[in-house]
Ligand binder design. Structure first.
Ligand code: FES
Length: 195
């Protein structure tokens, strides 16, 4: 009887350990590192990370006053933008970067919207009635995603606090996921979000 109890406890512990491992693996973001809440300098600049570390990882996520942002290092340049997509809040920090007409764009992992890293413009393929073309061309919907201004100082990367007097479509989702969101973004897959 004692053997049976010990065996049951053993299986129960193994079960708990496998759940912990499974959950941990699901949360890992292989492409990026995460800093959590950011630190502010006396001049207002917010420290995001060391230049060399971001160059190595290619991207990093951080929170500014609860707001999720992502900083990419791509082809020799840093870009910072809201991490929640302006369309429905998809985690841009997990997207792939594509070149579209010479512009580096992040492709949202949820519905594949393309957003330029440099300006935050949403791109779509269509025919401009003012300049008709036989095939659809890439067009801009205007700036949809909030871009954050970056400063590099002495090997460290900083962002300026966002100017909230100007609004962008992505603000809605930045606010929605503020404080309650999961910065690692791996905790909510697209299919989970659609449920
Ligand atoms: S949430 Fe990003 S494309 Fe839909």
């Amino acid at each position: 009887m004692l053997d049976l109890i010990i065996l049951s406890i053993h299986f129960f512990i193994c079960f708990l350990i496998s759940i912990a491992i499974w959950r941990g693996a699901k949360d890992v973001d292989l492409h990026s590192s995460s800093r959590g809440a950011a630190e502010m300098r006396p001049d207002g600049l917010i420290f995001i990370g060391k230049e060399e570390d971001i160059k190595k990882s290619g991207r990093i996520t951080a929170k500014i006053d609860g707001r999720e942002i992502v900083v990419f290092y791509h082809e020799g340049k840093f870009h910072a933008l809201d991490s929640r997509c302006y369309h429905e809040g998809g985690p841009l920090c997990r997207g792939e970067i594509e070149d579209i007409n010479g512009q580096a764009c992040i492709v949202c992992p949820w519905h594949k919207f393309k957003i330029t890293l440099e300006t935050g413009e949403g791109l779509y393929e269509g025919i401009n009635p003012l300049e008709p073309s036989p095939t659809p061309q890439w067009q801009s919907k205007g700036v949809k995603q909030r871009i954050h201004k970056l400063t590099i100082d002495n090997g460290s990367v900083y962002v300026c606090p966002p100017d909230l007097s100007v609004s962008f479509d992505s603000d809605y989702f930045a606010e929605k996921y503020k404080n309650g969101g999961e910065l690692a973004m791996g905790k909510q897959s697209h299919s989970e979000a659609a449920e």
